[in-house]
Ligand binder design. Structure first.
Ligand code: B4P
Length: 191
């Protein structure tokens, strides 16, 4: 049973790679970005709160995303494993994930960190913004804010997972297939 954290800055390719990996390893794909966008589309209370925060490129409150992840895990008690995409994004989220997994007798198997430099991230997201309809992808200053928020609040998780020996850096530049291959080689080394 494996539980993977797919990590990286905005636009690193987490969502893109998660689709292949969850299928290949029969894992439940949990993307907090996708879940929040569903809440926004359904105009729920959570969606109404998240909408403006996402538009500005900030992070939604920890308790909100932790509860959303818990709900999804509770719905899938017999899952083969989970692929967490875009979660955790803060140290309190990582601590909450560890506690949730302990509750199910599981733990994080590996944290796979896609490494892509800033200019490439901005280009990819601006490019996606031309077709995605995502408000957070269509404005350069919002994209740059997302990257700053990542550096300030999310990048410290690298140290968090390094300290437990779970961190694996993966070059996120190249063709989508090549990057999938790199990620699969890391997953196959997971004990
Ligand atoms: P996410 O949905 O997680 O947004 P993301 O970081 O842009 O996704 P990703 O990196 O997966 O991009 P993708 O693969 O699609 O979050 C959106 C917002 O929700 C956050 O800013 C935050 O406000 C909120 N949120 C989400 N989770 C949260 C949490 N845990 N706590 C608090 N707030 C949270 O790739 C991007 C583009 O690159 C695509 O167009 C893709 O086609 C392209 N691409 C991918 N791989 C490529 C490659 N190898 N070469 C060229 N292009 C590539």
């Amino acid at each position: 049973m494996i539980n993977l954290v797919l990590f990286g800055p905005p636009g690193a390719g987490k969502g893109t790679q998660a689709a292949f990996l969850s299928n290949e390893y029969q894992l439940i794909h949990l993307s907090t970005g996708d879940i929040l966008r569903e809440e926004i589309a359904a105009d729920t209370k959570i969606g109404q709160i998240a909408k403006d925060i996402i538009c500005r490129g900030e992070l939604v409150p920890d308790t909100m995303v932790i509860n959303l992840i818990k709900e999804q895990m509770d719905k899938n008690p017999t899952a083969n494993g989970f692929l967490f995409d875009g979660f955790p994004r803060t140290v309190p989220q990582a601590e909450a994930l560890d506690a949730l997994l302990v509750h199910y007798g599981r733990s994080v198997s590996a944290m796979l960190s896609l490494e892509v430099e800033k200019e490439e991230l901005v280009n990819r997201l601006m490019n996606r913004g031309t077709t995605s309809g995502r408000s957070d992808d269509s404005n350069r200053s919002v994209i740059e804010n997302r990257i700053e928020v990542y550096n300030e609040k999310t990048a410290p998780l690298i140290q968090y997972y390094q300290s437990t020996g779970k961190y694996e850096a993966v070059n996120g530049i190249g063709s989508i297939e090549d990057i999938t291959g790199r990620l699969k080689r890391c997953i196959e080394r997971v004990p």
